[in-house]
Design a binder for this molecule. Structure first.
Ligand SMILES: Nc1ncnc2c1ncn2[C@@H]1O[C@H](COP(=O)(O)OP(=O)(O)OP(=O)(O)O)[C@@H](O)[C@H]1O
Ligand SMILES: [Mg+2]
Length: 313
């Protein structure tokens, strides 16, 4: 029998960082523990106040077990709430080491189905923290954010196409055709623009502002018109974006610029648009905005973005 060829595994960014991070980096080290002689009914407050679902049982400086909200509930159900933690706790505690790679803690969660794992030092076995799936997710997000920011700065330093062009001034022009009413393709033009500006090595914050404003303008083309065009004039320190369509036009531009003003249909609102925040957002992101529109005629938006920040972000 011919076996299906397994898809070649393409490691993702997450695959990379779960090996890079250690359990110590994401665990909670503010430990809340309970003594084995505490009565189970007293756990209720501990669990509620600390919003936790289980905790290590510690006798002196030794971990002797773990007790979870499930144990607590079982105990209540069998009306044994006079009993002590040591009678109801799990004594065989699965633990991980603080210097284990995060990937091994994740594997533990997967194979055991447990919700939390106490963390001990490899040397001496001292209890130093506890790790839950929530800690893993929070830790991954933190790390992704840090790495993403560093990559952005790096990318900005690495690529300087503009500086390679020898001229007194340089302008690059990009054009995007946006079909009207095609919701499946909505957002394509502004995504392509964002990627292009990034590759030019323009400042990430500038690129982000241009991309957000262009996205809003693109959505308006898709929603309210039969299509139009976005034209971008990029210079190293300033970007001009023109968005044009040939109808139906805006009857009261001042009103349309007010936050919350929208003529979007119910169908469009069901798709999640029509909060009336597009034009206000464009105004906020850009350094200058001009709108020229007449009902029955087309609409023309011109937005200007200049480098606002002096720092290297
Ligand atoms: N290109 C356009 N052609 C015709 N009317 C437009 C155009 N762009 C905007 N409008 C009008 O201006 C109003 C306000 O636009 P805005 O982008 O602020 O809000 P919205 O598109 O209704 O909602 P949101 O952008 O929050 O999804 C729209 O409801 C629409 O009536
Ligand atoms: Mg809009």
């Amino acid at each position: 029998m011919k076996m299906a060829q397994p898809a070649r595994h393409q490691p993702t960014k997450v695959d990379e960082i779960v090996h890079e991070l250690m359990v110590r980096d994401v665990m909670t080290d503010k430990l809340i523990t309970v003594s084995p002689r505490v009565r189970v009914r007293e756990l209720r407050e501990l669990l509620r106040v600390n919003r936790i679902s289980g905790l290590p049982v510690v006798d002196g400086d030794r971990m002797v077990g773990i007790i979870s909200v499930e144990d607590f509930i079982n105990c209540l159900a069998s009306r044994e709430n006079g009993s002590r933690v040591e009678d109801k706790m799990t004594r065989e505690v699965k633990t991980v080491h603080a210097d284990d790679p995060l990937v091994s803690a994740i594997a533990h969660f997967e194979t055991t189905g447990l919700g939390r794992l106490p963390v001990i030092e490899r040397q001496g076995g001292q209890l130093v923290g506890i790790i839950t799936k929530g800690d893993v997710i929070a830790g991954l997000l933190r790390k992704l954010e840090i790495d993403f920011h560093q990559e952005e700065v790096h990318r900005h330093r690495a690529s300087h196409i503009f500086e390679d062009i020898e001229a007194d001034s340089t302008t690059l022009v990009f054009r995007y055709e946006v079909p009207g009413q095609e919701f499946e393709r909505a957002g394509e033009a502004s995504s392509r623009l964002r990627r292009t500006l990034r590759r030019l090595g323009l400042r990430p914050t500038l690129v982000r502002r241009v991309a957000i404003a262009s996205y809003e303008a693109e959505m308006n083309l898709v929603i309210f018109t039969q299509g139009g065009r976005i034209e971008v004039h990029a210079q190293p320190s300033q970007i001009r974006v023109q968005v044009e369509d040939s109808g139906p036009g805006i009857s009261d531009v001042e009103a349309a610029l007010e936050p919350g003003f929208s003529t979007a249909s119910d169908r469009v609102r069901e798709l999640g648009f029509g909060a009336g925040m597009g034009l206000p957002n464009i105004r906020k992101m850009s350094d200058r905005l001009e709108i020229d529109s007449h009902p029955g005629d087309g609409t023309r938006l011109e937005m200007l973005f200049t480098r606002r920040e002096m720092s290297c972000n």
